[in-house]
Design a protein around this ligand. Structure first.
Ligand code: WQD
Length: 349
């Protein structure tokens, strides 16, 4: 089976994707600088998949570190590029830190693909590239509006660099380089084994980790940021999708690139969402009913930069990648809570 290299391989989505690739029979090479994750996650991956894989510590902003891995591994058919900082709030405080880490790292990886003849790339993008859409259900052809943060900017610019690279830039074009960009909506939940999930550092920015930490008593109360939005209950609407469904889409994308057939042209982009929107209040209600808990929450002011409503039209991924969603909203809430509880009793160190 082809060998796939993942950057950010011990991160939230990266680690779940390593498991899915190993279970699909791929050889996997993982690269991470562990700035936002822990080396011990690699052992959890091996434990779940019951398979070994090669894991390296390397920082993509240092070309020589990546080169060392590629010299060691050779014959890589595809890279999946997860490695990037992704905290919206932090990116507004430190934009240059985000541009340097996310964009220099990506360009170094692109260069390495040329130098080592790696023909395929799957790029971790985000629905944030749609900004605040007029039409709240977005297709891949919806306008790419002003992103709400420097983090979002690195995803929009990241996609633009890749498009230029494979559509107009030689030698990538002549080498037949192909890129699939996957625009994640809101990844949530954890692996059904309870042994892998999102390792948040410090106070969580995102809704679901904040919910589970409040339920665990690690946070006093969840604040719902705004209840006067033009939505069905006044709170923001998002398309939450289980992290394992996101991981599976990456396996489908690697297979799509593996095919020598025409479908996978030089540039393809896919929305990864369920196609259903949920509001913040609906997420709280789902968490409480699935886990038979009462959550301590209150309304607070709007959070600057929040998009009012966005959710996916996901038909293209179903049609072209053969992607099938397996997990429900209940699964998202159940696995998120189980992971939080397991972290309390048997934390990843
Ligand atoms: C969701 C909703 C908040 C916390 C960001 C990135 C996106 C992706 C996921 C990387 C919003 C509300 C949240 C809280 C709240 N990142 N909320 N109280 O902002 O949609 O997306 O993270 O892939 O690219 O932009 O996710 O979970 O932060 O917020 O009311 O304590 O929950 O206002 O309406 P977001 P989120």
């Amino acid at each position: 089976m082809p060998k796939v290299l993942l950057t950010g391989s011990t991160g939230y989505i990266g680690s779940h994707t390593v498991v899915a690739l190993l279970e699909a029979g791929y050889q996997v090479v993982g690269v991470d600088n562990y700035s936002r994750s822990k080396p011990a996650i690699a052992d959890r991956i091996r434990e779940i998949a019951q398979k070994d894989y090669h894991q390296y510590q390397a920082d993509l902003t240092r070309k020589e570190e990546l080169a060392k891995v590629l010299e060691q591994e050779g014959d890589i058919s595809c890279v999946i590029h997860f490695a990037a900082f992704k905290a919206v709030g932090e990116s507004t405080q430190h934009p240059l830190f985000y541009f340097q880490n996310n964009l220099v790292g990506q360009m170094n990886l692109m260069k390495a693909c040329e130098e080592y003849g790696i023909p395929g790339m799957v790029f971790s993008s985000s629905c944030t590239v749609y900004g605040n859409p007029e039409q709240t259900q977005v297709t891949e052809d919806s306008p790419l509006l002003e992103t709400e943060s420097p983090y979002g900017r690195t995803k929009a610019v990241g996609e633009a660099l890749l498009r230029d690279w494979v559509l107009s830039g030689t030698p990538a074009r002549t080498a037949g380089q192909r890129v699939v960009a996957l625009r994640y909506f809101n990844p949530v939940g954890a692996h059904p084994s309870g042994r892998l999930g999102e390792c948040t550092v410090g106070v969580p920015d995102n809704l679901v980790p904040y919910i589970t930490q409040t339920a665990m008593g690690l946070r006093k109360q969840l604040t719902v940021f705004g209840n006067d939005y033009p939505t069905r209950d006044g709170t923001c609407l998002r398309d939450y999708i289980h992290v394992c469904d996101i991981a599976q889409a990456h396996v489908d994308a690697v297979r799509y690139l593996d095919q020598n057939a025409a479908p996978a042209g030089p540039w393809s982009v896919f929305n990864l969402g369920t196609g259903v929107g949920q509001t913040v209040l609906e997420m709280i209600q789902a968490f409480e009913s699935v886990n038979h808990l009462h959550l301590n929450w209150n309304f607070g002011p709007r959070r600057p930069g929040d998009v009012v409503a966005v959710y996916a039209n996901n038909q293209r991924a179903a049609r072209d990648l053969g992607w099938k969603i397996q997990y429900s909203l209940e699964d998202m809430m159940r696995t998120a809570w189980a992971w939080e509880q397991n972290q309390a009793s048997d934390p990843v160190l």
